[in-house]
Design a binder for this molecule. Structure first.
Ligand code: SAM
Length: 371
């Protein structure tokens, strides 16, 4: 017999009142599809699945009418709806991280007797992650020529190129006709005056016709997209060739690969939860994945860039230009940095990682997907 739950049990499990469930029933948002022998409401497994979605959208701040449209959307199945929900929740998490950063900044300013303007205070609420951290980006983020050469090779003879999640345009090839896509207003404003034209949009919904570019590229950005697979499919739709620089987060191998996450910042694992496998990403691109080694003196200060220069991570400017540090939160960051500081000063880091000094380049999970 199919399992059914009483209204009281469902309310208890979901942490809502019975009144709320009655209300959802009355407005047709969630009608329990079964009745007990005595005629009371009873919820089936499908009803519970629907309730879970309704409550998640409530938590995201959606109104009941909007929720009804979302959960009744005939164009999507459960998996697609869960993916959409997941994307929205990740976005909310990143927005919360951006707000924490902005509040920390205000606290610091107040401690120094500086008052933030009302405009600055309100900006926090509309902020995307990169609107909050973007201004710190140019300090250490720039083109790494050896990685750029790999990307440009992979673009082949493409003449028109779309750069998705373009940021300040570090890897935009100068000798092609480039169009950039970048959702953060702060990042768009940081693009050099002579950079390619930039459209405000997201990867998941590219405002271009099918096959309108020879190639589309996305560099160090896919991990920020609420729905990476949907974004990569969009790139495939608008371009004949797709080139993506991303990260292989499969299994637990990444834990051991990089001393920073292994010994100091295990919270990095939280950022990878639900991240698609490399195989899924490669399939969405419809091509192959090639390892990209990181030179020891990498010019672009991304998270793994300083694998042979641990002191760099003690520098606030280095960390502020990498979203990982904001996303793990200030507590994890402070703990990791002070432990690293102690280990570097005491010679423990050098002792533990003595094999690294002989390497010119390291395999830390960077992958170039070409399709
Ligand atoms: C680490 S930066 C990389 C920028 C640039 N590609 C580079 O290599 O320097 C990540 C960028 O992805 C952008 N981004 C975030 N969510 C996005 C989305 N859904 N679609 C497209 N870009 C997104 C951010 O605003 C940010 O500029």
């Amino acid at each position: 017999m199919e399992e059914r739950l009483t209204v009281g049990r469902v309310a208890e499990l979901a942490g809502v009142t019975v009144r709320t469930l009655h209300h959802y029933d009355e407005i047709g948002l969630l009608r329990p599809s079964m009745r007990s022998a005595a005629g009371y409401r009873a919820y089936s497994a499908e009803d519970v699945e629907r309730l879970r979605e309704v409550l998640a959208y409530r938590r995201l701040g959606f109104g009941l009418r909007e929720i009804a449209d979302l959960v009744d959307d005939p164009a999507t199945d459960t998996v697609a709806r869960l993916r959409r929900l997941r994307g929205l929740l990740l976005e909310q998490r990143d927005r919360a991280a951006a707000m924490v950063t902005a509040i920390d900044r205000e606290l610091e300013a107040r401690a120094m007797g500086i008052r933030t303007t009302p405009e600055e205070q309100l900006k926090v609420f509309g902020a995307q992650l990169y609107d909050a951290i973007g201004s710190a980006y140019p300090a250490t983020r720039r083109t790494e020529p050896r990685i750029a050469a790999r990307i440009w090779d992979a673009l082949g003879d493409a003449r028109t190129v779309l750069n998705v999640g373009a940021g300040t345009g570090s890897y935009e090839p100068r000798d092609r006709d480039v169009t950039a896509v970048e959702p953060s207003a702060v990042m768009r404003a940081l693009r050099p005056a002579d950079a390619a034209p930039c459209v405000a949009a997201t990867a998941e919904s590219l405002p271009f016709e099918d096959q309108s570019f020879d190639a589309a590229m996305a560099i160090s950005t896919v991990h920020h997209w609420p729905d990476p697979v949907a974004g990569l499919r969009e790139m495939r739709r608008v371009a004949r060739r797709v080139v993506v620089l991303t990260y292989d987060a499969d299994g637990t191998g990444w834990r051991q690969r990089f001393w920073l996450t292994r010994d100091y910042l295990p919270e990095f694992a939280d950022l990878l939860v639900g991240w698609p496998s490399l195989a899924d990403l490669t399939r969405a691109v419809g091509g192959r994945a090639e390892p990209v080694l990181i030179p020891w003196d990498c010019a672009d200060g991304f998270f793994e860039a300083y694998w042979r220069r641990p002191e760099a991570y003690l520098d606030e400017h280095v960390r502020r230009a990498v979203s990982v540090w904001t996303r793990v939160g200030p507590q994890a960051e402070q703990r990791a940095v002070s432990r690293l500081h102690e280990d570097v000063s005491a010679g423990r880091w050098a002792e533990r990682n003595r094999d690294l000094v002989t390497l010119d380049a390291a395999e830390l999970g960077l992958r170039l997907l070409v399709g």
